[in-house]
Design a protein around this ligand. Sequence first.
Ligand SMILES: [Zn+2]
Length: 330
Amino acid sequence: MSSNATPKTLLEAVQYFSDEAVCIEYLAGKRWPDGVAVCPTCGKKGAGYMPKHKRWQCSARHPKRQFSIKVGTIMEDSPIGLDKWLPVLWLIANCRNGISSWEIHRDLGVTQKTAWFMLQRARLAMQDDLTGGMLEGEVEVDETFIGGKVRNMHKDRKVKAQKVSQKGDKSIVLGILERASEKKPKRVRATVVPDRKKNTMQAEVGAIVGDGATVYSDEFASAWRMDDKYTHGIVNHLEKYVDGQVHTNGMENFWSLLKRGIGGTYVTVEPFHLFRYVDEQAFRFNNRKHADGDVVTDSERFGRLCNQILGRRLTYAELIGKEDERPEAF
Ligand SMILES: [Zn+2]
């Protein structure tokens, strides 16, 4: 494979990215498409590459003037090689039901704890940066309940978990989906909410759905609907009729993917980490089709994820709340 041809399959990706120089070239091309390296510390353009050290050096004199491709990305401070990081990003971008830290541990030879932390950092890159604007046109709003494993948790974690939204011992996830139109493929935004009260729901929906949209939801929406902003189509599940456009099938499709991932792959998702798994599934869901309806390839979806690794960081302390459990290498 020439260095210009990007891999198409997992096997090709593992082979391709086994060469660190190739990884650096790939990521640098994503980060600086015009070929001009920018210093992450001072923002000065034109840092020079030192192939021997696999680092760039800023021409201005200041601390940290030398930097690797990992600086300023989710991989900053990670001693794990790019030959492992890029296959992990490939896997999480493309595995329909997600990938567990145990699978990464077995396949790539890092410890399970390290793999878990790599995946949590990757999920940070999968977070929607909301640059796509408000959801418009035909929009489906629905909520679902997930989890219920708080009871078996260690006491410290249990207290933390209970601070997160709960209905009984389940978490509530609100999902809002913009149906596909001629201009764009469908897209979903899903978020963990503390409750289903009118104020909570109206704030969430109002922040994401543009005025004038047609909102389809179930009969529960009567508790929060905003008739001054939206036209409402309400599905009455009791009467079990689907009146043409009045349905929430798009959201139900997303919930089934999310639950299959969480129930199958991630058997121990704790409530306070749930939003990361929701972000992960939403990323894959929103990167399935191009505007013209063509399928997004694995290689393209991986590329899109690599575009989002910049400017996002997650330290172990932030993730866990304490430093002492940190694995030796992550
Ligand atoms: Zn600089």
